[in-house]
Design a binder for this molecule. Structure first.
Ligand code: GLN
Length: 453
């Protein structure tokens, strides 16, 4: 069978190609001459499949899309606090080339995705010259793209010759006492980073790496630390589309970054990276067809990050088995946790366990198994436990141990890290409920109730 996804992407591209609004950016002479018949769309999954349609190998300068990755690199080099001391995270609501600076003592550019903040972020990348900084940026973008990228000298020359406005911004930063390096050098480096050539295939992989928590979907290399990724995606959400950010978040709902040469990336955490290209931009500097394609993809593929359908459901299935002790038969509850478990699922489990094993009270079902000597947790059907779910489950085990219970854990896939529990609190681990029951002499078990979050 032929996958329907490439055909679907061709349809998205065809539909967008009927839109003729916008113009190529004119303030950079090379961009003004861009071939406006070219356009492309690409989608990369976090496990490394790439789907494209259109002119997917046509190169264009990355422009402002570089800002997101240079911000990540600045955080890597200076630490998050070091960068936050110099650049804020507030949307400016103003055009990208505005002097949007925090009022008051800090004089921080409002965010790293407008030119002012991006020039500052560039200056924070380690290196003694614009060339050294750009080389580090080029190298990391190449790693993300999975191929060697290069500066387009014609784009650099065209932009630097008329970079009066960016020069003005950098000199103002210097005058305010916040830019450490020479303002001309900061702008030269920044303009060179913007002139690195890419195609939509490269951009989709870069976006998919962000969506994948900083680990490259194909090479498996961890390129950006996951806490920096969170920071980058956050500012992309609020500031990535400049003064159209609010419209973008409500209509498309994917952390994104646009560039004035017509590229857009979108990175949906945990799912996909997408990229579009079409040179005609609107008055915010965002590609007109690109915005339309992203909106279409978001709607058709259900990619809006506020889409409630995306909640990973967790289920607690509660079973009961009976064992015979010296004092006669007692119930052994089995808590069977299913799904991709985050705080919500872990809370459901905790609530269920607490109700069953508390002292009997007015609450229906409470204390049914307060006397049980053994509690079994089954993680056989647990797809994943995030950090907080792990911590809550370990705390459940620790408290049950404090109450003098024995805890058995069914965890054939090793989803729970029990090494963080004290040795005396660690449960005995089995591969199946049957194995555990054999050990404790249970009589088989029956399902009592299922709870869904
Ligand atoms: N190099 C461009 C500039 O500084 C980048 C702007 C953009 O892509 N929005 O004006």
């Amino acid at each position: 069978m032929k996958s329907p996804i490439p055909d679907y992407l061709i349809g998205v591209l065809d539909k967008a190609s009927q839109i003729n609004d916008g113009n190529p950016a004119s303030y950079i002479e090379v961009l003004a001459r861009a071939d406006t018949t070219k356009s492309a769309v690409a989608l990369a999954t976090v496990d490394g499949s790439l789907y494209t349609a259109g002119d997917d190998r046509v190169e264009f300068s990355i422009q402002s899309i570089s800002k997101a990755f240079v911000y990540a690199l600045a955080i890597y080099d200076r630490g998050l606090d070091g960068v936050l001391a110099k650049i804020g995270v507030e949307p400016s609501g103003s055009p990208f080339n505005e002097f949007s600076i925090e009022k008051g003592r800090g004089h921080r550019p409002l965010n790293p995705l407008i030119n002012l903040g991006a020039i500052m972020a560039h200056s924070l990348v380690k290196g003694n010259s614009p060339e050294e900084r750009v080389e580090r940026i080029r190298a990391i973008l190449s790693k993300l793209a999975g191929r060697q990228l290069h500066v387009d000298e014609s784009v650099y020359e065209a932009e630097i010759q008329t970079a009066y406005r960016n020069m003005g911004l950098a000199f103002m930063l210097k005058a305010a006492g916040v830019l450490e390096c020479d303002p001309e050098h900061a702008v030269q480096g920044y303009v060179r980073q913007c002139a690195i050539n890419v195609n939509v295939r490269d951009l989709a992989m870069m976006a998919a790496t962000l969506a994948n928590g900083g680990t490259h979907p194909v090479s498996g290399e961890s390129i950006i630390p996951s806490d920096s990724v969170r920071q980058v995606l956050s500012v992309m959400t609020t500031c990535g589309m400049y003064d159209a950010a609010g419209d973008w978040v409500s209509n498309v709902g994917i952390p994104a970054k646009s560039g004035v040469s017509g590229g857009i990336i979108g990175a949906l955490p945990g799912q996909i990276g997408l990229a579009t290209f079409s040179p005609k931009v609107d008055n915010h500097g965002n590609s007109v067809r690109g915005v339309a394609m992203c909106q279409q993809l978001s709607t058709d593929l259900g990619l809006h990050m506020m889409d409630i359908n995306q909640i990973a459901r967790a289920t607690v299935r509660q079973c009961l088995t009976t064992i015979t002790t010296g004092e006669g038969p007692v119930g052994v509850p089995i808590f069977d946790l299913r799904g991709a478990v985050r705080f919500g699922g872990a809370e459901l489990l905790t609530r269920t366990v607490a109700r069953e094993l508390s002292e009997p009270s007015e609450e229906p079902g409470s204390g049914c198994n307060a006397d049980c000597p053994v509690v079994i947790f089954s993680l056989r059907e647990t797809i994943s436990l995030n950090t907080v779910a792990q911590a809550i489950l370990r705390e459940n085990i620790r408290r049950l141990r404090l109450d003098g219970k024995r805890v058995d854990l069914i965890d054939p896939n090793g989803v729970l890290d029990i090494t963080q529990l004290l040795p005396e609190d660690q449960p005995t681990v089995f591969n199946s409920v049957e194995q555990a029951l054999k050990r404790i002499g249970g009589l088989g078990y029956r399902v009592v109730t299922e709870y869904h979050s």
